[in-house]
Design a protein around this ligand. Structure first.
Ligand code: NAD
Length: 249
């Protein structure tokens, strides 16, 4: 059965990892999908692989004008939006003693300002009873060294989601966040760390997870499908951990 038949879904950070797995699953479930990312080459590559009704849109979420462009392209192609999945994010680590203004700005511009501006642009074009999803993270509830600014950014977006849940309630729009634990995606290779450090970090995370392993993008995508579909029709305002139990012990 197609759980998202004819629904229009916009996914940011959809050319890689969790966003790409979700785009594939949404297409399989009958949605029209707007696949957004900040690198044209990566968008072109995934477009070659995908089947279904989709467009790609080049947009850097940290730029106000790109968020306007993203929503304009979406409404021109498909009309109003049913599902807005604000997933793009970065996680470069830095110990607190070495935090620079540039480090702070980069993370907050992409992880916090980006989704907030995208929502502002999209809201007039989201159908009543639509759904907004965020990718937050369990890091806002834990204390992983070096991830101070990243953890703060994910905590900020979780707080924003609570307010939004209330502000859109009269339109029946549901707002939820997905908080992944360690998920095997390209994000770890983009942290600017040597490969062996990334591998040690990975082993350390996996050892702390009750299920003893990293999760997959597909496991998060299935959660994004559940929360966007009618199966979750009475689920609103939550942050759902997809972390093998890591944040619960
Ligand atoms: P990823 O690196 O594979 O995907 C991140 C996506 O965001 C990419 O498509 C990238 O191009 C996009 N992006 C980054 N900056 C952007 C910008 N300025 N404008 C537009 N797009 C931009 O990593 P992922 O693990 O799939 O990450 C997806 C989300 O999941 C992120 O928000 C991340 O913080 C969150 N997350 C990941 C993990 C994990 O362990 N992988 C854990 C918790 C939360």
């Amino acid at each position: 059965m197609s759980k998202l038949k004819n629904k229009v879904a916009v996914i940011t950070g959809a050319n890689s990892g969790i966003g790409l797995a979700t785009a594939k699953l949404y297409l399989k479930e009958g949605a029209k999908v707007v696949i957004s990312g900040r690198r044209q080459e990566a968008l072109d590559e995934v477009a070659e692989d995908l089947t279904g009704d989709f467009i790609t849109v080049l947009a850097d979420v940290s730029k106000a004008e790109d968020n306007v462009h993203l929503i304009n392209k979406t409404t021109n192609a498909y009309g109003n939006i049913d599902i807005l999945f604000l997933n793009a994010g970065i996680a470069p680590p830095t110990p607190t003693t070495e935090i620079s203004e540039a480090h702070y700005d980069e993370i907050f511009n992409i992880n916090v300002k980006g989704p907030i501006l995208a929502i502002k642009e999209a809201l007039p074009h989201i159908n009543d009873n639509g759904t907004i999803l965020f990718t937050s993270s369990i890091v806002s509830k834990k204390g992983f060294d070096g991830l101070g600014v990243y953890s703060a950014s994910k905590g900020a977006i979780r707080s924003f989601a609570r307010v939004l849940t209330s502000e859109v309630k009269s339109r029946g729009i549901r707002v939820n966040a997905i908080a992944p634990g360690p998920i095997d995606t390209p994000i770890y290779g983009k942290m600017g760390l040597p490969q062996e450090v990334v591998e040690d970090m990975g082993k350390g995370f996996a050892a702390q997870v009750p299920l003893g392993r990293f999760g997959t993008s597909e496991e998060v995508a299935k959660t994004a499908l559940f929360l966007a579909s009618d199966d979750a029709s009475y689920i609103n305002g939550i942050e759902l951990e997809v972390d093998g139990g890591l944040s619960q012990i």
